[in-house]
Design a protein around this ligand. Structure first.
Ligand code: C2E
Ligand code: CA
Ligand code: CA
Length: 482
């Protein structure tokens, strides 16, 4: 028998019959009791943040599912994933990372009601369970989203760590639960999917699970499988879009991936590049395009009088940062005997900024082989002069949105002019993409742009048709067909 007197200690009482009646012995078992509590705590709570752990969360969810089902009201599960925690943890050290997690846990607990559950699910993942929301699904979803907004607000406030201030964003997936036939597993699968969709949509956003998400996920999985087969069967090739200088002389081509699909015909990269990136297939795909482009380059360059013909190849972040990338480029050049100086790799700003030190090192390695670089979609990203100066670039490529709007919009015209001046001042070449009209061409010429690419001058065509752009290829420009 145990009891808890005002002293705050635990005693065990035992009674024995004795000659005077009943003898009661008390034994102080406080220590044993504390140890037991400690063990229970460790089994159910996260020692770092003091929040319920995954196991206790599962228990609570099970309970919530059972009771919510009967109440006719909805509940919601929110899955939170800190977006840049891993980077912060790696750069600032684990101790600081721990502090950050503790602070995030504190803010979460403060922002929520006593009746809500906040749990630490794993590394930088938290789960919130909201009970007793509205009985109408749409209204319950709005309530859950309002809570998610509040969470976003508190978690994105700056974190003071020593003398540094840090910022974090968080992606939140939400799913409702109501009917008793939901299982904890289903729930966690749904909310996980919603969280990934939130991440996909850009960091710091919220997504509520919908059945369509599952369908689009399944479609994505199917697409990946098909793309894998397509790659193996050699269905991925490149089309080539000509590039001209202002005098109308052919100076190069951009290789653009195309999927010769057995049923659907020619499929553009907009439909498969992101799937390729996510699945890692981009490595094989990128190598295919790179090799083919180098082979064409060697062939075409030999047939051109001017030495300055180049072929541009788009490179994804994942491909560029892959340890074998430099070697891949070196081999493609060697085996095709293409001149390295005539290969232009098109990189994007987001790719460069992902890991600036690694980027610069890699670019220098490639540069030493002779390869040149063009900064694609210029103007749409961060465009900071500070990093531009650090990179061994050769060319800026003005994004087509500016070209398209510059004729009608003075702001875009100013951007185009600034990019051209900037390129000039840094000793870089400049090419405009997406040139579709004579008015656009004339404006670019007036601003001093160096080169042009776009439907006005030639759409991307299969390699066989690209011959027509070469001086010995028959001379006539092919119809503007995609
Ligand atoms: P991007 O690098 O900005 O490529 C230019 C896109 O603009 C191409 O679309 C091209 O067909 C299109 N375009 C060309 N001229 C015009 C024009 O006058 N007007 C308009 N509206 N569009 C024009 P595409 O071929 O669908 O490629 C889309 C994107 O896919 C590319 O954008 C590039 O980011 C990516 N991509 C293409 N091939 C590859 C590849 O081999 N590897 C990687 N990583 N990405 C690729
Ligand atoms: Ca490009
Ligand atoms: Ca572009």
């Amino acid at each position: 028998q145990e009891y808890y007197p005002r002293t705050g200690r635990w005693f065990e009482a035992r009674a024995y019959p004795s000659e005077e009646g009943l003898a009661v012995y008390f034994r102080d078992i406080t220590q044993r009791k504390r140890a037991q509590e400690e063990i229970e705590f460790l089994a159910l709570y996260d020692p770092l943040t003091q929040l319920p752990n995954r196991r206790l969360l599962t228990d609570r969810l099970q309970h919530a599912l059972a009771t919510q089902g009967r109440s006719g009201r909805y509940g919601a599960v929110l899955f939170l994933d800190l977006d840049n925690f891993k980077t912060l943890n790696d750069t600032l050290g684990h101790e600081t990372g721990d502090k950050l997690l503790q602070e995030a846990a504190r803010r979460l607990t403060e922002a929520l009601r006593q009746s809500d559950t906040v749990a630490r699910f794993g590394g930088d993942e938290f789960v919130v369970v909201l009970a007793d929301l509205d009985g109408v699904a749409a209204a319950a979803a709005l309530q859950a989203e309002a809570v998610a907004d509040k969470i976003l607000a508190v978690l994105t406030r700056p974190y003071q760590l020593g003398e540094h201030q840090r910022h974090m964003t968080v992606s939140i997936g939400i799913t409702l639960f109501g009917s008793a036939d939901d299982s904890v597993d289903d729930l966690m699968q749904r909310v996980d999917l919603a969280m990934y969709q939130a991440k996909d949509a850009g960091r710091g956003t919220t997504r509520v699970y919908s059945p369509e998400m599952r369908a689009s996920m399944q479609a994505r999985v199917r697409l990946e499988a098909e793309l894998r087969e397509g790659l193996e069967r050699g269905e991925i090739t490149a089309h080539y879009q000509p590039q001209f200088d202002m005098a109308g002389r052919l100076i190069g081509a951009e290789a653009l991936a195309r999927w010769q699909h057995p049923r659907r015909g020619v499929v553009g990269p907009g439909e498969f590049i992101s799937a390729a990136e996510e699945s890692g297939l981009i490595l094989a795909l990128g190598e295919t395009v790179l090799r083919e482009a180098c082979a064409r380059l060697a062939d075409w360059a030999a047939r051109l009088p001017a030495a300055d013909f180049s072929v541009a190849v788009n490179v994804s972040a994942r491909q560029f940062h892959h340890p074998g990338f430099v070697e891949q480029v070196r081999r493609a050049l060697e085996e095709t005997r293409a001149a390295p100086q005539a290969l232009r790799l098109e990189l994007t700003e987001s790719l460069l900024l992902a890991d600036l030190d690694d980027t610069v090192a890699r670019m220098d390695q490639l540069k030493s082989i002779g390869v040149r670089f063009s900064l694609d979609d210029f103007g749409t990203g961060y465009s900071s002069l500070a990093y531009l100066k650090r990179l061994p670039l050769d060319q800026l490529k003005i994004d087509r949105v500016f070209v398209r709007d510059a004729v009608s919009n003075p702001n875009d015209a100013a951007i185009v002019r600034t990019i051209i001046l900037l390129a000039e001042s840094m000793g870089l070449g400049v090419i405009a993409e997406g040139v579709e009209t004579e008015a656009e061409r004339a404006m670019l010429e007036e601003y001093g742009c160096g080169a042009l690419q776009g439907y006005l001058l030639g759409a991307p065509v299969p390699a066989g048709e690209f011959q027509h752009f070469l001086p010995d290829g028959g001379g006539s420009v092919p119809p503007h067909s995609l």
